[in-house]
Design a protein around this ligand. Structure first.
Ligand code: AMP
Length: 282
């Protein structure tokens, strides 16, 4: 597996692959890799000739009071996992290489849907995501890029700017990978103590309880939201950031589930903010 540290190195590598007629699959990550990330790598491996993963904790998508400095960094372990998953090259730049002096161009998706959920709670977050993903797609000359449903709103944002700016890449969304307990895998799960990890099960439990109610015939959004919120409130360590149900992928307000919809939650367990979602389809 090749390790590429600079924009210059990844550009050269990608151009060489394109010249050889290879189809390139890109999987952007912030590292501290787990089964969720590795599932994306395997999907990319099946769908492309060359898989490029990126491991980059992108400063531009973190707010001033967020966990940029504390975010887990374990590049050597990540490389071993990426190599075992059959990744061809990993791009691991320094922030200064991605954002050199003079950098002043950002991709800002302005739709109302970007102001909801995580966009409402983390101003500037999706501007940072859209900017870095645009740059990664360009650098990697990616034909296909792979993202997790875990960050479903992120996928909506990426699909939007890829279409609006006519970027020639196919965006693939991969379902959420969970632990046996139901907890969605996340690099931030590392922050949780054993007690907090137990408490964090309330996220998936609340969504599954609502999903069951939906499957039993309840399609009223207020009723389903009430089920989610009441279940989360049963856990004393949990503090709700948001618990919403919107149409998917448009993220529009709905009162009844009639097509595809997403139940999305963000919950703090101690100091750790966790997100989860389930997509419903009538
Ligand atoms: P991150 O390193 O958190 O930026 O995540 C990199 C990519 O992995 C994103 O597209 C995430 O949505 C995806 N991802 C993270 N956790 C999971 C999971 N549990 N299941 C599926 N995809 C995931």
């Amino acid at each position: 597996m090749k390790i590429l540290y600079t924009q210059h190195e990844i550009k050269e590598y990608a151009v060489e692959q394109k010249k050889a007629g290879k189809l390139i699959g890109l999987v952007p990550t912030m590292g501290a890799l787990h089964e969720g990330h590795l599932t994306l790598m395997r999907k990319a491996r099946e769908a492309a000739d060359i898989v490029i993963a990126s491991v980059f904790v992108n400063p531009v998508q973190f707010g001033p009071n967020e966990d940029f400095d504390a975010y887990p960094r374990q590049f050597e372990e990540d490389c071993a996992k990426l190599e075992a998953a059959g990744v061809d090259a990993v791009f691991h730049p320094e922030p200064k290489d991605m954002y050199p002096d003079g950098f002043c161009t950002y991709v800002n998706v302005e739709g109302d849907f970007t102001k909801k959920l995580c966009g409402g709670q983390r101003p500037g977050h999706f501007r940072g995501v859209a900017t870095v993903v645009t740059k990664l797609i360009n650098l990697a000359r990616a034909d296909k890029a792979f993202f997790g449903q875990k960050d479903a709103q992120q996928v909506c944002v990426i699909r939007r700017f890829v279409e609006d700016l006519a970027i020639p890449v196919e965006i693939n969304m991969v379902p959420i990978v969970r632990e046996d307990s139901g907890l969605a895998r996340s690099s931030r799960n590392m922050y949780l103590s054993a007690t907090e990890k137990e408490a964090a099960l309330v996220l998936s439990r609340s969504l599954r309880t609502a999903e069951k109610a939906f499957n039993d015939g309840i399609s009223d959004v207020s009723e389903l939201k009430r089920i989610i919120v009441n279940t989360i409130k049963e856990e004393p360590m949990a503090v709700i950031d948001y618990a919403e149900i919107y149409s998917f992928p448009g993220l529009e307000e709905i009162s009844k589930i009639e097509g595809e919809a997403i139940m999305a939650i963000a919950v703090k367990i101690g100091k750790t903010r966790l997100i989860d979602n389930i997509i419903l389809n009538l």
